[in-house]
Design a protein around this ligand. Structure first.
Ligand code: FES
Length: 244
């Protein structure tokens, strides 16, 4: 259930190249599943920006964002103590499927919701292997945090500066066993994954968004049940729904 709420900035700091952690204090009761997102109003901008939820707890919301344009560049300048308007609890999020050895794959800022997903699966007694792909070592985030959960993490970089050289699919042969797939990242990465593995799974799509709650129909994709809004019916779809 979405909620429009005011939050207060507690922290806004750089984690890696052009990638920032924005911690906010406020009511997080609208959030229920990893993979949900919020739509944040950046002071001075009419259109809100959809941001991935990294973690949340009662009273605390941690977002991670990448500087991609003017709005997010100005977001870097937002100071501790600033009040920000947040449309919270958006999207469906991942659901934990019954599995023994899930494979979790993220690319770029697509890794952000996967840390909380890995934590959920581990709490349920599953044994996930994680592949995180980045362009270069300077962009690497959340590897230590994910390892600290007890997951095995394989890193790939397109330029080979850390981990296995190449895209996330380059590390698939290092995964000993997997019976389910969760993935979040750019569409070409998700499509490459579906071409490389027949595993059933869930995919969180990245799509340009405006309203973030299903009103503008600006984010539709074709699914088995017809045209679906990434922000409302998604962003997480099963592989079967996407028919990839
Ligand atoms: Fe408006 Fe999805 S962003 S319907």
């Amino acid at each position: 259930m979405r909620q429009l709420l005011d939050f207060t900035v507690v922290e806004n700091r750089e984690l890696a190249q052009d990638t920032y952690l924005l911690s906010l204090a406020g009511d997080t009761s609208a959030l229920a599943a990893p993979g949900q997102f919020v739509n944040l109003e950046i002071p001075g901008y009419y259109l809100r920006r959809p941001l991935s939820v990294f973690d949340w707890a009662p009273g605390r919301l941690d977002l991670i964002y990448k500087v991609l344009g003017e709005g997010t560049r100005d977001l870097v300048q937002v100071r501790v103590g600033t009040t920000m308007s947040v449309l919270s609890g958006l999207g469906n999020g991942f659901h934990a499927a019954p599995a023994q050895h899930p494979l979790i794959v993220g690319g770029g800022v697509g890794v952000v919701p996967l840390w909380a997903l890995a934590r959920t699966l581990i709490e349920e007694g599953q044994n996930p292997t994680v592949i995180y792909g980045f362009n270069s070592a300077a962009e690497v985030i959340l590897v230590e945090e994910t390892e600290a959960l007890g997951a095995r993490v394989l890193v790939t970089t397109a330029d080979g500066s850390v981990g296995t050289a190449g895209f996330v699919t380059a590390a698939l042969d290092q995964v000993p066993t997997a019976d389910y797939l969760y993935a979040c990242g750019p569409t070409p990465m998700l499509r490459a994954l579906t071409a490389a593995t027949a595993l059933p799974g869930q995919f969180s799509l990245e799509e340009r968004m405006a309203c973030g709650f299903g009103a503008c129909v600006g984010c539709v994709v074709s699914t088995r049940s017809g045209m679906s809004r990434v922000c409302k019916e998604g962003p997480v779809f099963t592989r079967e729904e996407l028919q990839w």
